[in-house]
Design a protein. Structure first.
Lengths: 239, 78
């Protein structure tokens, strides 16, 4: 599923002229390591289930025997670990943003959290955050006060009057201090995180992902503004 | 914390004897499983994978007696 999600939005963007073929080529950059990771996990699981040497069998049986009574050994029992999505740690699409302790670094699959949608009547409806992220375009996940709308980017706000993070789980899982913004790709992976809203840097990050190259270097709002002026086509591509 | 190779056991002779005694009368497979369980228990107690891997490296690099069979067919019938 992660594989198809990865390819789908890139093909759509290239076909519609919103990105260059370079974006489609990043499918290889991102999914080959992910496939290697899948193969590593499944090889380890297969080796656990069907030990190839006497030593492998002894350790497997030892882990199983211990797991019956001791919690620590249950982590060693490998009956398959394919259910975890790969983190695209070395992706060329990972944009420049801020990193802070506990943040979700670029390339990480978006995480879910229960929220209440305050836009619906009767004190909000129970909902899940992931349903609001990604899809046809980029999403800016904003923790706290309102921010100006950005062209071509949907804004999803975590606040009592928007999506209410009743139990604080969204902020905790994103490691997001008040005011932080997380830019998400259409396939629900983190493109970049920002300690605070900064239109220039966020648009720059989108341009970087879409193959406009402008986001490759660290850029403050002012610098990004200059680049916008120099490249009107880039803004159009975002919108 | 690096792997500590200084002598730390208060009664090394007693520990050695207990380890050997624990394997008495065991089939090769059962003996191997016992050691594997011991390794996993101790590795979890140490907690630091790096220290365990350092210990593994020291064990690998420390002289093996010649003419030992490398990997016995090992399994007694289940």
């Amino acid at each position: 599923v992660q594989d198809a999600d990865n390819l789908g939005w890139k093909l759509a963007a290239a076909v519609q002229g919103r990105a260059t073929d370079a974006l489609v080529r990043t499918y290889d950059d991102e999914r080959i390591p992910a496939a290697d990771e899948n193969i590593l996990h499944s090889t380890r699981a297969t080796d656990f289930i069907t030990p190839k040497t006497g030593a492998a069998r002894a350790y497997r049986d030892a882990a199983l025997a211990l797991a019956g009574q001791h919690e620590f050994a249950r982590a060693l029992v490998n009956s398959g670990r394919l259910s975890r999505p790969a983190r695209l740690a070395d992706s060329p699409l990972n944009a420049v943003g801020d990193l802070w302790p506990g943040c979700l670094p670029p390339g990480t699959p978006a995480v879910d959290a229960p929220v209440l949608d305050a836009s619906l009547p009767r004190d909000g409806q129970p909902d899940w955050l992931l349903r609001h992220l990604g899809g046809s375009g980029f999403t800016l996940l904003v923790f706290g006060a309102g921010t100006p709308a950005l062209p071509g980017i949907a804004t999803v706000r975590i606040a009592p009057d928007a999506l209410h993070d009743v139990r604080g789980l969204a902020a905790a899982r994103y490691g997001a201090p008040p005011g932080a913004c997380v830019l998400l790709r259409p396939d629900q992976h983190v493109a970049a995180g920002f300690r605070a809203f900064d239109a220039g840097r966020i648009l720059n990050a989108v341009r970087h992902v879409m193959g406009q190259q402008a986001g490759a270097q660290q850029a403050g709002a002012q610098q990004a503004g200059l680049q916008q002026a120099a490249q009107p086509a880039a803004l159009q591509a975002v919108a | 914390m690096p792997l500590d190779l200084a002598p730390r056991l208060s009664d090394p002779d007693a520990l050695f004897a207990a380890l050997v005694a624990a394997h008495e009368g065991l089939s090769p497979g059962a003996s191997r499983r016992l050691d594997a369980k011991l390794v996993l228990l101790l590795a979890n107690h140490i907690g630091d994978t790096g220290v365990v891997l350092d210990a593994l490296r020291v064990a690998q690099e420390t002289g093996e007696p010649a003419d030992e069979p490398t990997d016995e067919p090992a399994e007694e019938p289940a």
